[in-house]
Design a protein around this ligand. Structure first.
Ligand SMILES: [Mg+2]
Length: 272
């Protein structure tokens, strides 16, 4: 479907709900450096309020390292997915790939070699995320970008050809990961039964918000589960998302409207 025709999603005001949200470009506005992409206070507050509702589960699903996204969001009682689905942490739940320590050491060695290779490309830098690497090129001057992409492709090709690395392209970033199964889509099917209440057999409705190419796996998975897939901002190309919101501010407004509309919203003390 043409992305320009996508409407905002309806508010799921009844029933159990699993709210999954990407971080950068979805909850937090993009910044020149990941450390400056801060979660707005109002967004943090509404996520906390929604997570307190008994029928709502909240998880942030990011390409950042797990520890990094947890620190950026700073809410203790919600779920977190890091490194595009490779790492999961939620109350009573934790998942890391087998051999994680060895994989991290190997990725560190690759990062050191890559750092030497990209030295001639001004502005390019590597974010080491334990299990994966991000090669950022937002700050590479436009006239240097062709050279940067040639250097990066020449470096990565031999690893990709022998299946030693997988490469995904996001917004002005190249995501480099080990050849492990799992992405933002597969983790959703794994998470859904585990994040919801053990006493309840009915599966919650899933709503997923994301802004980038790496969220497309999640959109497709959510569509297969009969859920609601929401593109935030503009897509770089075709998208599997069925709905759209303009940006992180529109996501926050939608979450606030949801919090007000759900019946439990007014059941937590205060004037009655
Ligand atoms: Mg994003």
């Amino acid at each position: 479907m043409s992305r320009s025709r996508l409407a905002p999603p309806m508010l799921p005001i009844g029933g159990r709900l699993l709210l999954l949200l990407d971080y950068d470009g979805t909850l937090a506005p993009l910044a020149d450096h990941p450390s400056r992409a801060l979660l707005p206070a109002r967004t943090k507050r509404v996520l906390e309020q929604l997570a307190q509702q008994p029928d709502v589960q909240v998880a942030v699903v990011s390409g950042r390292a797990l520890a990094d996204v947890k620190r950026m969001v700073g809410l203790p009682r919600i779920g977190y997915v890091g490194n595009h689905g490779l790492e999961v942490s939620a109350p009573g739940l934790r998942r890391m790939p087998a051999g994680a320590k060895r994989i991290c050491l190997r990725m560190k060695r690759i990062a050191d070699r890559l750092a030497a290779a990209i030295r001639p490309a001004p502005g390019a830098w590597i974010e080491e995320k334990g299990l994966t690497l991000s090669l950022h090129w937002r700050l590479v001057p436009p006239k240097e970008r062709r050279r940067f992409h040639r250097i990066a492709a020449d470096f990565l090709a031999p690893y990709q050809q022998r299946g030693a690395l997988r490469v995904m392209r996001g917004k002005q970033v190249i995501e480099i990961r080990p050849p492990l199964e799992g992405n933002k889509g597969t983790v959703i099917a794994w998470l859904r039964p585990r994040l919801s209440s053990r006493r309840r057999k009915d599966a919650p409705a899933v709503v997923y918000f994301g802004d980038d190419r790496t969220d497309e796996d999640a959109f497709a998975a959510v569509n297969r589960l009969g859920g609601v897939s929401v593109l935030v901002g503009r897509a770089a190309g075709a998208t599997a998302a069925r709905y759209r919101l303009a940006g992180p501010g529109a996501v926050r407004n939608w979450l606030e409207a949801l919090e007000r509309a759900r019946p439990h919203a007014h059941s937590r003390g205060g004037a009655s």
